[in-house]
Design a protein around this ligand. Structure first.
Ligand code: HGY
Ligand code: MN
Ligand code: MN
Length: 424
């Protein structure tokens, strides 16, 4: 039984989620609002229009992070902030990121509907480039905000398409003038408490038939770029022992990355999500292959061991001269490009999320996030927590991503309850 003072409007939230999903909609039912594309701009513009309808001021910082602000009664209080991201994977789902920002919007709408005063201001933020698909690594917008990257690093981040993050930010008109991040923290908007509602993107809540998850932390993540340089050659006239086949080397590395994670089941994760061959011709031996590796584990020492095993394999006998065949397999060059350590969220915010879910009439379970989120970086500079709702079959980063309206509403009610408890 809910004891919430102000009910959220589940129908309005559901309608808003699907109105937003029309922006960048794909024929297969997902969305493509890749960071800083015209579709991302359109999603940002829509968010700005919606928050202005409920009287919020809008603030855009130098990394294009967009903050909607509802004033509080105590000018000395830092805001309670709800947020996530509006950019998506190239073949993303309707709810990854969007759910958290739209829950924030629903919180603002309910407070506006009931003319509720809170001591602390309430803000809703949409972070730039959470996905990292176009401008690796992930979460650069919140990363610069938190001081994990300098502003120059963030703006200069090269896109996989030859653009730069800063150039595209200016092109879409979201290169804001509010300071973003600074080693001493002077150059960032204050956050009193941060809550990120999100879909679980995994199967745990749905399998347990639980509606709400209190996220206590996030597993560690390591990203790598890999280049393998062999020699392109004729597929027919080149004997096997005369080849330096980069694709064979890539295949060996992909299988070993998978084994490194499998040896640490069920927590270990390894993914090779991109692989491209230089010439890309069926009758030319691949002279060069580039690929990416994503390793994850909730335990920092285990993730370090996975890292060591990957690098040791690349240095080992699977590559170079092979006996007795006598042929040579080109050796991968592995470049670590990003490390996000395992995160433990702030107990005050975690308790507020858990209490908010209980007040909404649910029995939340504690859960660790398998996916990275902007909350990882925000937790470096402000008390932070997250709330999960289930998604069908645990599917995400997939156009078939789906949630239930009752779960969407439950997460919004729990978030509103938590925000009100932290804001007064
Ligand atoms: O990669 C991640 O975990 C996040 O979805 N960007
Ligand atoms: Mn996300
Ligand atoms: Mn994502």
């Amino acid at each position: 039984m809910s004891t919430s003072p102000y009910p959220v409007n589940g129908g309005r939230l559901w309608e808003t989620l699907h109105s937003l999903a029309e922006i960048g909609a794909t024929p297969a039912g997902g969305v493509a609002r890749v960071a800083l594309t015209d579709e991302d701009r359109a999603g940002r513009d829509q968010f700005v229009a919606w928050v202005q309808e409920v009287g919020c001021s809008v603030h855009v910082d130098q990394m294009g992070n967009v903050f909607a602000r509802r004033e509080g009664t105590d000018p000395l209080r830092a805001p309670v902030v709800v947020g996530s991201h509006l950019d998506s994977q190239p073949t993303g789902g309707k709810y990854d990121g969007a759910y958290g920002v739209m829950v924030g919007l629903e919180v603002l709408r309910v407070l506006h509907d009931h003319d509720v005063s809170t001591a602390a201001p309430i803000e809703v933020v949409s972070w730039t480039n959470e996905e990292g698909a176009r401008f690796p690594p992930a979460m650069i917008g919140s990363g610069v905000y938190a001081g994990a990257f300098s502003l120059n690093e963030g703006l200069a981040a090269p896109g996989v398409d030859g653009t730069t993050l800063g150039g595209e930010l200016a092109r879409i008109g979201y290169a804001g003038d509010e300071p973003c991040g600074a080693p001493d923290g002077a150059g960032r908007r204050p956050i009193g408490h941060y809550i990120e509602p999100h879909i679980e993107q995994g199967p745990i809540l749905e399998a347990a038939e639980v509606t709400l998850g209190t996220v206590t932390g996030v597993q560690g993540i390591r990203w790598y770029d890999v280049l393998i340089e062999g020699q392109s050659a004729h597929a027919g006239s080149t004997p096997m022992e005369h080849r330096a086949d980069a694709m064979v080397a890539a295949a060996r590395l992909v299988c070993e990355a998978d084994e490194i994670a499998a040896r640490r089941a069920p927590e270990g994760r390894a993914t090779v999500g991109t692989l491209s061959a230089g010439a890309g011709s069926r009758n030319t031996v691949a002279g060069s292959v580039s690929l990416t590796v994503d390793l994850r584990h909730p335990d920092a020492a285990e993730l370090e061991a996975m890292h060591d095993e990957l690098l040791a394999f690349a240095d080992g006998p699977a590559f170079g001269p092979q006996s007795p065949s006598g042929r040579s397999i080109p050796r991968p060059q592995i470049t670590p490009i990003w490390y996000s350590p395992p995160i433990v969220f702030d107990p005050v915010v975690v308790d507020a999320v858990r209490a908010g879910a209980t007040a909404a009439g649910f029995e939340p379970v504690d859960i660790t996030s398998g996916a990275g989120h902007d909350a990882c970086y925000v937790s470096m500079v402000a008390p932070t927590g997250m709330l999960f709702i289930p998604c069908a079959d645990g599917l995400s980063h997939n156009e078939a991503e789906s949630i239930l309206p009752q779960h969407a509403r439950a997460g919004a009610q729990a978030t509103l309850n938590a925000v009100l408890s932290l804001a007064d």
